[in-house]
Write a new protein. Sequence first.
Length: 218
Amino acid sequence: MQKMLLNHGWSFRGGGYANMVEQQNWKPFLDRVQQAKVYLEKYKDIASSDPYWYELMAIIAYAQDGQIRNSPSLCRKASSVASLLSNILCGNRLLRAKVGGSILAIEQFAREGLERTRSTEGFAMYARIYWYASQTEFGDRLFSESLVDWTAMKKGIDDVLTRYPDGWNINNFAKFACLSKDKAKTAELIGRINDAPLTAVWGDPLFFQQCKVWASSN
C-alpha cells in the first residue's frame, strides 16, 4: 500500500531535477507522500523491525523537507537492523543528484559507511557504495563526475575480492580500474578473468580489448 502511494506520488513528480517539476504536480506528489507516511506510522510497532520501513521513511523525510538532513539517520537505523547492503541502497537512493543530493553528500555518506564498518569489512563498504552510485547515478563517468577516492576504492576492491573472488566482481572491478586509468590494477584484475569477459559488465567487447591492450603496454 505505502509503496503504491509513493510510486503514484513520484509519477507526478518524475525522476528529473526538482527545478524541472511542473508546479501543479507538487501538490499531488506531496499528498501521496503524506498518505504513505501516515500508513507507515500507523503500523510502526509491527513493521519497524524491517529495514525497508526505515528506507521508505527516509525517502518520505527527504521528499517532505527537500533536504538530506533527516534522511541519513533513518538509513543508519535501517542498517542497524539488517545487512550493510540495506544501508548502501537506502543512502544512495536518497543522495542521488537528480533528487536534490550532491556529490559531496555521497562522498560523506561513503566515508561514514567506511568508518562504521572498517573494523570488520576493511574498505569494502566504500567500494560497494561507489559501485552502486555508478550503477544508479554516474555510469562510466564515476571518476570524472563524482568525488570518489580511487585509493580508498582500490583498497575496498581488494577487501571485497578477498572474500568474494567471483567473476562478476572481478570483471566489474577491472572495468573500474580501467576507467580510473590505473594501468597496474587494470592489468592485475584483467589477468584474473579466466573466462570470456562479461558483456553485461563491459558492454561493447571492444572496450574490454582496449583496456586489456592498454594495461599490457609499456
